[in-house]
Design a binder for this molecule. Sequence first.
Ligand code: HEM
Length: 165
Amino acid sequence: MSFAAFLLLLSPTPQDAPAPQPHAMPGEDPVDPYKVDPHNAGATPFAGDGMARAFHGQAGIRRIVDRFVDSNFADPRIGEIFMNQDKVRLKRVLFEQFCFILNAGCTYTGRDMRTAHKNMGVQQGDMNRLVENLQAAMHVERVPFAAQNRFLAKLAPMRRDVVER
Ligand code: HEM
């Protein structure tokens, strides 16, 4: 038997394999189906390439998102909300969202903010803490302060879809 045929034997049959999620990366948990729409990102992108440059392009955005997500998971105040959530997916879609909004050349394929944060019980204090973690990650990447604040101002209105009252 050829090596390729042997591998085929080992692979799960189509009936066993869960339906692949469009856009998902290896290691992600499946999520309930939803419609992919750029509006799901919750904000319109900046014009021009100034913001993308301030964040050091896709590589810089990737570093910020990785650090930001890790700090949220490790956070003594809000880490509990992230516990048992899919970090692989969160890093991917959050990168897409930031990259899309910063006009750095990405499409957002994640869920809308209301659906993504439904029944999570997020309070205003949690949101403040998350913003502090984002500020710290942008600071490490040396994003100029004015650009940090322009970006935070884009995210601020999403509060109404994230925070529960
Ligand atoms: C403007 C503020 C926020 C933005 C832009 C944002 C963005 C996102 C995005 C893009 C996703 C992934 C959506 C998807 O999987 O399709 C997500 C999921 C998540 N967010 Fe946020 N988020 C915000 C605030 C918060 C806050 C304040 C918390 C809690 C302190 C939080 C906790 C989570 C958790 C735990 C998930 C994972 C949900 C899951 O996998 O089912 N988020 N968020």
